[in-house]
Design a protein around this ligand. Structure first.
Ligand code: C5P
Length: 220
């Protein structure tokens, strides 16, 4: 039994108390991973952005809103985990300033600009201090990309973020139950999962992560 940290869902980056920047992630992939992990007897710690659905029963869950909150919760739990999987669609940017209340719109024709600052890369931050832990990320590419392009970008993310492996798919996967997926590994290995539903993909992702962790422990 290992303890598995999973980030899931979108983050919301508030402009004021009402308006925010976000994306359409539903948390479904993270939930599939959590369900599969618990079925295999593992402990799950889920750091969950705002989604409509309730997390699968049985996992420890921390509800967060922004990327900074998600980072704090994930960092806090990381030391108790052996595997971390970043399934969250973290907003890349947040407004530099958050206004209080709901400021009134100015003249209807006036354009506005928003100053944005970059959010921290949560999974890369965890991977930078992983020790023996296994850290897994996702690389979601636009629907226009071919699977080969998605894989090439996944390999780039894998190196930049120091991940052990990266799950590559395309944005047609958002809010869907199934999509074409491939895994790319730090040792150059590739595993084509084909088109799978998220539950079957989650099982394959978990078994690779648990196997890698076992190998690493065995070699230590
Ligand atoms: O760079 P990109 O956003 O495509 O990377 C996706 C992977 O990195 C996912 O695993 C996602 O959860 C993670 N990520 C993160 N923090 C960010 C951006 C992405 O953990 N700020």
């Amino acid at each position: 039994m290992v303890s598995i940290l999973i980030t899931a869902g979108p983050t919301r980056e508030h402009l004021d108390d009402v308006r925010f920047l976000s994306n359409g992630s539903t948390g479904r992939m993270g939930f599939a991973l959590a369900t599969a992990a618990m079925r295999l007897g593992h402990e799950v710690r889920l750091v969950l952005g705002p989604v409509d659905a309730a997390p699968p029963p049985g996992c420890m869950t921390r509800h967060v809103v922004s990327a900074l909150e998600m980072q704090r919760a994930a960092e806090d739990w990381f030391s108790d985990c052996q595997i971390a999987i970043g399934a969250a669609a973290v907003a890349d940017w947040r407004p530099a300033h958050r206004a209080v209340g709901k400021p009134a719109r100015h003249g209807s024709t006036r354009s506005e600009s928003i100053e944005l600052v970059q959010n921290p890369d949560i999974i890369a931050g965890l991977a930078a201090k992983k020790g023996q832990r296994v850290v897994v990320g996702f690389a979601l590419e636009s629907e226009a990309a071919t699977m080969e392009q998605a894989i090439a970008r996944g390999e780039d993310k894998l190196r930049r973020k120091q991940l052990d492996f990266c799950v590559c798919n395309r944005s047609d996967a958002i809010a869907k139950d199934s999509s074409a997926m491939a895994l790319v590994f730090a040792d150059g290995r590739r595993v084509d999962l084909g088109v799978r539903d998220k539950v079957a993909a989650a099982e394959a992702i978990l078994s690779e992560a648990v196997r890698l962790y076992g190998e690493r422990r065995g070699n230590a």
